[in-house]
Design a protein around this ligand. Structure first.
Ligand code: FAD
Length: 476
């Protein structure tokens, strides 16, 4: 377990529940109720801590209300539209589908309400108090919310992040962020998306299939630039096939929002779209949190500095999720919260292996990965072995109509170690989990190659890729 700051004394879980505390005093106060905050609070309550969550906006945080979940709800509609268009391949004749965007957004809202209602219910079930308002640190073991003041033995900061404009641009009018892109009042005729990371690619891939004209701009030389280069290549091919106008190695400038459209320049050309979506950066939401006065140290990127148990520089204060380093992902935030309160409870925790957190992008083609890319593995000096198996090599790829998908595994030959997994194609975002689990349980590619997989499933392509690494690919 990583060492904590001097003076931090973990308490046993039961000590907390046995102490009698006044109404406004808690063992744990979590500020922010996103996937980081609410999971933290529930785990804290399970550990016997008297717990409260402070939320200034809506329970469930940005993830459930404005980001992950609305995005996936609209993407699901785009998937259905695409399947209807491809129905002819499966022997079904249908006309061109009509997208009723108001109904799409109604479903989006229902999905959000169902899930946020579920979170509120879970908090109640676990006897976690919800305090509405803006929380701030106010001296040792103290949190203020509006005019009220609360005591806490442990405070977990989980206030998430906000969108940032790229240099030379600013939000306003028809220049919007990713959260707004998933809450548009009408189906836009055209969109220009700046940034082809996970969020930008999801927005482009959803709206083009719903019927908008979409331009996708990326400053680097390939889409999904954090992914393995082979995956980026296939993703770009898939995006273009859907009709996305992809511009890599291209900077957008002179963005001007007008009454009915936005004008901009890219390279030597000028462009115009109903909206420009900036999907290229986020920063921690720490405004008014009182970090400086409380003495909470930041790292060199302006994020809150923490150790492997999520402890900040101030004893008793933890920080998790988008506020701290590592990939900005909901499941990462949740896991960090569990670590924080388990540490507060005196349980044995261990630091997260950040590269091995699964990364999922819900565009079409679906993309998921964990661990090192081939390039990173070579740069780190591993004895690299690579296995690539197209979905078409296994029965399910043909049955389900996706022969173009690809599983690429990267291993180290010396120990049979699984260094990274990269999947593009149907259900990639589900398939990745097997690789993460295998690695976590200290399996390597020889073990995966010998694991029996159901037939005919796409997961057989994962098994075959492991066999390819192990030198005995059967199908392919
Ligand atoms: C468009 C989009 C799509 C995404 N899709 C995915 C995805 O599919 N999968 C995935 O894993 N990740 C996704 N992410 C990233 C994911 O949303 C974040 O990593 C995740 O929300 C971080 O969780 P969190 O708990 O740290 O913060 P948040 O979800 O941001 O929640 C923080 C909460 O704290 C509240 N708060 C802030 N300050 C205060 C204060 N002072 N007092 C009280 N409350 C406060 C906020 O109102 C908010 O409700 C997406 C992000 C975006 C923008």
């Amino acid at each position: 377990m990583a060492a904590g700051p001097a003076g931090h004394t973990p308490a046993g879980p039961l000590h907390a529940s046995l102490q009698s505390v006044p109404e406004s005093a808690y063992d744990v106060i979590v500020i922010g109720s996103g996937p980081g905050g609410y999971v933290t609070a529930i785990r804290a309550a399970q550990l016997g801590f008297k717990t409260a969550v402070v939320e200034k906006d809506r329970v469930g945080g940005r993830c459930l209300n404005y980001a992950c979940i609305p995005a996936k709800a609209v993407l699901r509609t785009a998937d259905v539209v695409a399947e209807i268009r491809e129905a002819g391949d499966f022997g079904i004749t249908v006309g061109e589908p009509n997208v009723d965007f108001a109904a799409v957004m109604e479903r989006r809202n229902r999905v959000v309400q169902t899930l946020t209602g579920g979170v509120a219910g879970l908090l109640r079930k676990n006897k976690v108090d919800l305090i509405e308002g803006s929380g701030a640190l106010a001296g040792e073991g103290r949190v203020t919310v509006g005019g009220a003041s609360y005591e806490a033995r442990f405070i977990v900061l989980a206030t998430g992040s906000v969108g940032r404009a790229v240099p030379g641009t600013q939000f306003g009018g028809r220049v919007i962020g990713t959260e707004q892109a998933w809450a548009l009042p009408q189906l836009p005729g055209s969109l220009a998306v700046i940034g082809s990371g996970a969020s930008g690619s999801e927005i482009a891939s959803a709206y083009v299939r719903l019927g908008a004209q979409v331009q996708l701009f990326e400053a680097l030389d390939r889409v999904l630039p954090a992914e393995d280069a082979d995956i980026s290549r296939l993703a770009e091919r898939g995006f273009k096939k859907q009709g996305i106008d992809v511009h890599t190695g291209t900077l957008v400038s002179d963005v001007v929002s007008g009454e009915a459209s936005v004008t901009f320049r890219f390279g030597e050309q000028s462009g115009e779209a109903d909206y420009v979506v900036i999907a290229a950066g986020r920063g921690p939401d720490v405004e008014g949190l009182g970090l400086e006065a409380a003495g909470v140290a930041l790292d060199d990127r302006g994020l809150i500095a923490v150790d492997g148990a999520m402890r900040t520089s101030v004893p008793g204060i933890y920080a998790i999720g988008d506020l701290v380093a590592g990939p900005a992902l909901a499941h990462k935030a949740s896991d960090e919260g569990v670590i924080a309160v388990e540490d507060a409870a005196g349980l044995h925790t261990h630091p997260i292996s950040y590269p091995d957190i699964p990364r999922a992008t819900f565009c079409t083609p679906n993309v998921a990965s964990f661990g090192l890319t081939e390039e990173q593995a070579r740069a780190q000096g591993h004895d690299v072995v690579v296995g690539k198996v197209p979905y078409g090599a296994v029965g399910a790829g043909t049955v389900y109509g996706d022969r173009q998908g690809l599983v690429k595994l990267v291993g180290d030959r010396r120990f049979g170690e699984l260094l990274g997994g990269h999947i593009i194609g149907a259900k990639a975002t589900d398939l990745i989990q097997e690789l993460v689990g295998t690695k976590l349980l200290e399996g390597g590619y020889p073990e995966l190659a010998h694991t029996i997989h159901g037939h005919p499933t796409l997961s057989e392509a994962v098994m075959e890729a492991a066999r390819a690494l192990d030198g005995w690919l059967i199908h392919g």
